[in-house]
Design a protein around this ligand. Sequence first.
Ligand code: EPZ
Length: 417
Amino acid sequence: MDRFHIVGPNRLKGTVQASGAKNAALPALAASLLTDEPLYLDRVPQVRDIRTLRRLLEHLGVGSKQNGSVLELAPAGEASLDEAPYDLVKTMRASVLVLGPLLARRGHARVSLPGGCAIGVRPIDQHLAGLEALGAKVRLEHGYVEVQSRRLTGSRFRFAMPTVTGTENVLMAAVLAQGTTILENCAREPEVVDLARLLSSMGAQIEGAGNETIEIQGVDRLGSARHTIIADRIEGGTYLTAAALTGGDVVLEGANPADLAPLLEKLVENGAEVSETAQGIRVARTGALKPRDLLTSPHPGFPTDLQAQYMVLMTQAEGKSTICETVFENRFQHAPELMRMGADIQIDTSYARISGPAPLSGAHVMATDLRASACLVLAGLVAQGETVVQRIYHLDRGYEGMELKLQALGARVERVS
Ligand code: EPZ
């Protein structure tokens, strides 16, 4: 079990390169199930979740190999099974993304139901309702979901709430359905747009990705494509938040400012200097941090995946602030660990009330999920003394070489196995 040893406080200064987005790469890899031709994906981040999905795809008959910066995916012999087993799905809920493509291409899929996780129950009822609307028969038994259909038929379906992987799953099924599909109340995240871009370059006919309504004209088959994954706005946003938190000066290279707009606008309100240079997005902070309330919501609102990082920032702001988490029902797991470091936070269901500035002192802390662990690392950067963040495997799921990127920015952090 790896740990991070961090000594603070110190300011982050320098340039950091954004990696490819984990949450765009995962559906892109799943899309390889939609064709029997090779797929070439550039800028796929080397993180644990990607390795997990590659193993699952291997099991489903799609081989993959890293060729320089390009991940090549192609059918490897006869497809063994259309089943995503429990021991793989339980480690990564995003495995559920193979459901739509397997159903569309092979007419059948059996996937272990993803359990809940630290941040909430996270049901997939909307994924299944969308596939049913396309004509699939859905059966739930023994902890598995089984879907089948001769050929999917286009139809109109409205999601009960915007769901990122739900939109991606049903979109990947609809591209091979017979006729027209209209999906309403879709997720508008940049990662959904990136998947639609990939599918279109494979021959799909999709209009409206990024808006609430997406229209798909089904086609008979999809072909090969080369595609570069978009930059990871959550990873990049984590480093820019750390710049404001530590009173540093950081330039993030390779990210799209539009995808980070909700965070950048908030950091300006907090008193940070935000600018776009030829190199990338620059965030610096010299003055006091101003407290500002936050409400998370689906894109284009403030992303729930940056909520924990923002909470650390508010522990150092001069005054009171409130965070309302509207997307997940249990996403304040990082708060008790921050309190152990000296933060002044009151939790009341989906509200967190923070009083600052509260000097943080280094401590042994434990992470519960990917973004909570990032938040504890950030806390270690400003805390007085040494912080040991345990269970770093959570971080390794979605952050490529985090300790190396932080060291390059001047942080005193090392990975200890
Ligand atoms: C995606 O999860 C991301 N994961 C999450 O990132 C991210 O936090 C989340 O979107 C919200 O932005 C990937 O893209 C792989 P949702 P997803 O379906 O698709 C409810 C990270 O840190 N819901 O948009 O699972 C659900 O319970 C991860 O990288 C249903 O009720 O999230 C939640 O309250 C964490 N029924 C809300 O919708 C459904 O069928 C939004 O969930 C589907 C969702």
